[in-house]
Design a protein around this ligand. Sequence first.
Ligand SMILES: Cc1cc2nc3c(=O)[nH]c(=O)nc-3n(C[C@H](O)[C@H](O)[C@H](O)COP(=O)(O)OP(=O)(O)OC[C@H]3O[C@@H](n4cnc5c(N)ncnc54)[C@H](O)[C@@H]3O)c2cc1C
Length: 431
Amino acid sequence: MSSLTRRQLIKYLGASAVAGSGLFGFNNQAWSNKSAHIVIVGGGIGGAALAKYLRIADGSVRITMIEPNPEYTFCPGSNEVFNGHETLDNLTYNYDTFKTRFGVNMIQDKAVAIDYDKHRVRVSSGDWVSYDKLVVSTGPDFMYDAVEGYSAQLAATDLPHAWKAGPQTAKLKQQLDSMRQGGTVVISSPDGAYRCPPAPYERASMIAEQLEKVNPTAKILILDSKNGFTFDKHYWHYWTERHGYGTDNARISWISEQEGGRAVKVDAKNKVITTANDEKVKADVINIIPPHKASKFAMDTGLAKGQRWVPFDTKTFASDVHPDVFVIGDMVDAPMSKTGYIASNQAKVVAQAIVDQLEGREPGTPFITNNCVAIISEEYGMSIADTHRFGGDTYLLQKRLSKVTDNPYERRIRAELAKNWQRTFRKDIFS
Ligand SMILES: Cc1cc2nc3c(=O)[nH]c(=O)nc-3n(C[C@H](O)[C@H](O)[C@H](O)COP(=O)(O)OP(=O)(O)OC[C@H]3O[C@@H](n4cnc5c(N)ncnc54)[C@H](O)[C@@H]3O)c2cc1C
C-alpha cells in the first residue's frame, strides 16, 4: 500500500473538520491538561458514534466514555437471530477500537448522578468524573407496569422481551426452538414511541420463516396497541402471499387496537394473556414488548424533567437543564423515529456543535436523515428515507417510503440492501 500523507488521508475520508493531532497515528501525548474534556455517558449506538465522530472532528479534545458493559450487542439485525441468519456473536463489539484508535478513555461503570454546577458525573463506585461538555445517550427504559403481571424480573427470566439484544435474545430463540409442534407464539406490540417502529413485525416475519421450516403448523399472533404500523402494507401483502394472512389457517395473524388487540395482563405461570376486550389467549411462547420511556439515568438526573422523554434545544441537542449537557438517541423527545441511524446522525450534529462551541463559532444548521431498512424475508426488503430539516424551532420532515411490489428482483435487491446497510452501519459505528 502506498503511504498516504495525513492531508491525503483526510481528503480521502472527507473529514475536512479534522484538526489538531488528527485521527490517524493518534497519540495520547497530544492532549494537554488544558484540552477540553468531553464525557459521554452510554456506549451504545449514539454514544459510540459521538466518540468516533468527535475524534474525527477534533483530534485534541480528551474523550471519556462511561459504559457499564464491556461489549455492545447491536439490536439492528438481532431479529435475524430467530431464523438463524444472524448470530449474537456477529452483532457484538468490544470497545478496543475506541481505546486504541480513537484515544477514548473508557470507564467501565454506571453513571448515577450529575452535579450540573460543578460539571461532574458520579459513577456507581463513588468516583466523580469532571467534564467541560457532557453528552448523554443512555437509551430507553421499559414501562413494565403497562401490562399487569409483567416485570423486569420476568423479562430477565421466563418472558424475555429481547428489545435490548443480548441474553434475552438467546433465551427467546431457545424458547421458540423448543416450542411444541403446532404451538402459539404471542407477540405484544406497544404504542407510543418505541425503538425501531417496524421491528416487532420484522420479528414476527423472521420467526414465521423459521417455523415454516421446523414447526409448520405453529401460529404467531400479534396483539397490537396500535391500528397500523410502519410498512404495514408491505407486511400484509407478503404475509398474505407466504403465510396465508387473513385466512383461517394463517401462520401470522394481527389484531389491531380497535379490534381489541391491546394486551393488558399476563399470567406468566399459565402463559395466558388478557386483552383489553377481556379475551384470554393461551400461548406457548410470549413476547411482550413493553412501551418505552427515557432511561432511568435521564429520569434520576432530572434530564427528563419529570416527563416521559428528554427535552432539548432543537438546534444543538443541548439539554434544557444545562447548556453544557447534550442529549441524543432513543431517550430524547425528538420528532424523529427512535432508530440507531437517527441516534448516530444526532451524534454527528452534537460532535460538530461541541467543536464549534469550543472554537468560538456559532453551531451550524442541523440536517438529520433516517434510512430505515427492514426485511420480511431473505426475498423481501423495504426502506424509508426520512430527512429532517431544521426549520427554526422545529424539524421539517420529508418521507419517502418504498412501494409495495410483486417484482421479485426489486424485493430481493431491497432485502440485500437492508443486510448490507446493517453490516456497514455496524462497521461505521464500532470500527
Ligand atoms: C429488534 C430491534 C431492531 C432494530 N433495528 C434497527 C435498524 O434496523 N436500524 C436502526 O437504525 N435502528 C434499529 N433499532 C433501534 C436501535 O437499536 C436504537 O435506536 C439505538 O440503539 C439507539 O441508540 P442509543 O444510543 O439511544 O441507545 P443504546 O444503543 O441502547 O445505548 C444505550 C447505552 O447506554 C448505556 N447506559 C444505560 N444507562 C447507563 C448509565 N447509567 N451509565 C452508563 N451507561 C449507561 C447502555 O448500557 C447502552 O450501552 C432496532 C432496535 C431493536 C430493539
